[in-house]
Design a protein. Structure first.
Length: 378
């Protein structure tokens, strides 16, 4: 700057014509500009290095905060959701199999009986999902009990043994490994549907159930009424599409005393699959996926009402598969064509049960594999 001032002072002392002064001034500033701009790359480099340094310091700060708060755990889940690493989820032949168990809560009689049992197989090749409902009355001779009691007896044997015993028992029935289990109680089922704002269900046939059990009334003497009518309420569903809240959906899937075809256990299994499919569709809708508030409420409801041995990374991968399977979910029921209902006898503790034909699971194993492959298996 001192150099510029000296040049300007000497220039001011000279008596030159206006046009000569202008040319001289341009020359002086041009010379100064060249000298100054020779050092601009140093200034620019300094700014760039400063920005880079600040950027990396910010990253280090964010990383330290993430580690302290556990947010890196959620970043890890996000990575697993996006990249679905195969080494973080159990599978066989590119399939992961899960057993879903639905049980009563503390307000219901025998809360550890699992009246809903669904074998779910998720394909990692085409992101399809198969649901196979299992009748709760299948007789398990080795345990001398029905399938819906296996979870109860497993828990009686050891803490957490219910899921272990239920998985191994279902493996024997379907002939495929069960990698994980998910147990949900009725109160959680209702809350999840209510958080979603209800679900749309197609009621295939109208039906009325005059003996739907009222929770908490199981031991009511009903003032001496020999029919114990005070223990029950009447529920009715009309044919057609309707939006169901949690309480209504629960009655829809649990009803088992209707007249006609809807009074069978197989009809109830079909209704359960309808509701599960409706829940999946609602969860994957824009209304839910783009609402952080509803997603958080849904997460809280699921965590409060479920038990599972599915690790977090596997959950993220399964969530991705569920999202991809939006139009590729198929349902089936292990039906009475593969099972027989023997007369009540001491051999089966005088209970209403189903057993496999020829006392062998082989035909059911073949049917299960056929169903998962998409063939015609009836």
């Amino acid at each position: 700057m001192q150099e510029l001032e000296e040049i300007q002072n000497s220039f001011a002392k000279e008596e030159l014509k206006p046009e000569i002064k202008m040319d001289r001034r341009k020359m002086i500033f041009s010379r100064f500009k060249r000298r100054f701009l020779k050092h601009v790359w140093i200034i620019r480099s300094g700014i760039i290095l400063t920005v880079i340094l600040v950027f990396f310091l910010a990253l280090l700060l964010i990383k330290s905060l993430i580690i302290k708060s556990g947010t890196d755990f959620y970043f890890g889940l996000a990575r697993d959701f996006i990249f679905t690493p195969g080494d973080k989820i159990e599978s066989i032949n590119n399939r992961t199999n899960i057993l879903i168990l639905g049980k009563g809560d503390v307000a219901h009689e025998a809360p550890d009986l699992t009246d809903t049992m669904i074998f779910v197989s998720v394909s990692h090749l085409n992101s399809s999902i198969n649901l196979i409902s299992l009748p709760r009355d299948i007789w398990i001779p080795e345990l001398r009990t029905k399938l819906n009691s296996v979870y109860y007896w497993g828990n009686k044997k050891q803490d957490g043994g219910g899921m272990i015993l239920a998985k191994s028992t279902v493996e024997e029935i379907v002939g495929l490994p069960v990698h994980y289990a998910l147990v949900i109680d009725f109160s959680g089922f209702k809350e999840i549907i209510d958080v979603l704002g209800g679900i749309e269900v197609d009621v295939e046939r109208s039906f009325t159930d005059e003996k739907y059990p009222i929770p908490g009334k199981e031991d009511d003497k009903c003032d001496g009424d020999p029919d114990y009518k005070c223990r029950y309420e009447t529920v009715h569903f009309a044919q057609g599409n309707q939006v169901m809240g949690g309480e209504t959906a629960l009655k829809f899937v649990r009803s088992r005393n209707a007249e006609g075809d809807e009074g069978t256990d197989f009809a109830r299994q079909a209704r359960q699959q309808k509701v599960i499919t409706a829940i999946k569709e609602k969860v994957l809708s824009k209304e839910i996926l783009f609402s952080p508030k509803k997603l958080k409420a849904l997460k809280d409801a699921v965590l409060e009402s479920t038990q599972t041995d599915i690790p977090p990374s596997a959950s993220a991968i399964l969530a991705r598969r569920a999202l991809q399977s939006k139009d590729h979910m198929k349902s089936a029921i292990l039906s009475e064509t593969l099972l027989i209902n023997p007369p009540k006898s001491p051999k089966y503790d005088n209970l209403y049960v189903f057993i496999p034909k020829d006392n062998s699971w082989d035909e059911i194993h073949q049917w299960t594999k056929c169903t998962l492959s998409g063939g015609k298996c009836d």
